[in-house]
Design a protein around this ligand. Sequence first.
Ligand code: ZN
Length: 83
Amino acid sequence: MMLLPCPWCGPRNVTEFRYGGRAVERPDPGTTSPERWRRYLHLQKNPLGWDTENWYHSAGCRRYFAVQRHTGTNEVRAGEAST
Ligand SMILES: [Zn+2]
């Protein structure tokens, strides 16, 4: 079982959450080039090691937050509210 640390509800089973993708800067679709927008949507990196991810607590407080997760071991560091 994997626990995720929701900043508002505390540690909960990962089945209560929805994965929100890597926490990367989203380009403005109104001003960015089609190539950069395509890269943002379809060509995200999949690094081995520590990465920052967005998660949504769908079965709890219904808020988004970011956690650092090691993609090889699933070790998780404390979560923080997403902006
Ligand atoms: Zn929560």
